[in-house]
Design a protein around this ligand. Sequence first.
Ligand code: SF4
Ligand code: SF4
Length: 508
Amino acid sequence: MRVMAQVAMVMNLDKCIGCHTCSVTCKQTWTNRTGVEYAWFNNVETKPGVGYPRRYEDQEQWKGGWMLDKRGRLVLRSGGRVRRLLSLFSNPDLPSIEDYYEPVTYDYDNLVSAPAQKDIPVARPRSVLTGRPTAITWGANWEDGLGGAPENAGGDPNLSGEWAAKVKFEFEQTFLFHLPRLCEHCLNPACVSACPSGAMYKRVEDGIVLVDQDKCRGWRMCVTACPYKKVYVNHATGKAEKCTFCFPRIEAGQPTVCSETCVGRLRYLGLLLYDADRVGEAAATPDERDLLDAQRGVFLDPHDPGVIAAARESGIPEDWLEAARRSPVYDLAMRYRVALPLHPEYRTLPMVWYVPPLSPVLDAVDAAGGNQDDPDHVFAAVTRLRIPLEYLAELFTAGDSEVVGGVLMKLTALRSYMRERTLGEAGDEAALKAAGLTVREAEDMHRLLAVAKYQDRYVVPAAHKEDAAALTAMENRCPVETSGDPEPRKIMLGIPALRRNTTAGGRS
Ligand code: SF4
Ligand code: SF4
């Protein structure tokens, strides 16, 4: 067992109001610069919808993530070393600027410098890239609140099953939720493995994935390989950039900017301990629907004395072990098992997980004339949501709607129970039990998900700068197994796949 620590995030989608504060504050902090006008390290999509860039979830088209070859070995969907080298200068699997959107500014000067005239002068949109007047026809947030859904949302790659006909876009029949997205800081990052220059790397101390700007040669293999399309090319420097998980703040024990500013208080940050020796095996799990359990199987119980001893042996500091025991991410993903990974079938083992949205369940009870406080009515409604369970399953469980249904049942039982308690009633413990929860767990979950105090949401231990020398010596250690590649570790991970990186070296 090789114990490593990873900073991870959970988002409770039930509480996201789609205000985009997270996106804007992230942009102001990280991409408010020439060359990355079109880049949103954090964006918030409306689902159902095609997303940003358009249809990024269609891996048949974009070739992101990992797949199993005929012999069951894990290989990059973008191809092996030879294919990647052959497409160095002409990569057909890259989104174009139209798939993101053409960034614009406005001709503000015209408002004050236009000659006297009959009509009021206007500020026309101009392309930031060409400087020419342009028409605005798409954006990173074009489908906000299902805008244009009847025309566009059918292109959502998740709507591919026979059940997709159940998703309606007509007024009063439709349903939407917001999906905030950022780099997943994956345990098995395809971007790192695809980088021919060794510029992408995963930090040994906390698992944050970064780009070394000095080493990046702009080959853009990382853009293709990332199935979440969360690596961007700076068109001014020609180099890759991506979400840094606000590492300078994390190193200081503070939450990321998107978390700190989240209006809905729905983001959770904490440590997870995991067994680096099991990453490759988990990512190569044959059946996609077993990937969720496989990834959970990589995480280690921070309360287990054996794990604590092994973590100490790996050099993980005591205060980090304490933080891992208090981690809200561990609680939501492992203890209560209500958080799920986004598209586990991409096999990158993503580390930003989501509590699926529950609100439509209660709407469905109302619509059927049921009682929101009656667990029988609510449980029955879970199976006939306006947005089918199958859709949520496509997003979070590789199509296994039973797992998503189980999570929604738990959240429903919790809500009904706590509502009764709040109204001075005893609370239906049988309903809790039916959903697999104890009273104690329900109270703890309620504190975490509903009360959501700052100190409970963010448990981020500060970096140990005194360990810098030791971490540098671990430069070539790598937690990512990449079985199946013709030249596994050296090629697929770039050379120094893991490197320590405190504030001084953390360029991205
Ligand atoms: S989500 Fe982030 S870590 Fe994962 S493959 Fe994409 S860029 Fe790499
Ligand atoms: S700030 Fe929070 S509530 Fe607002 S869009 Fe972002 S994640 Fe959702």
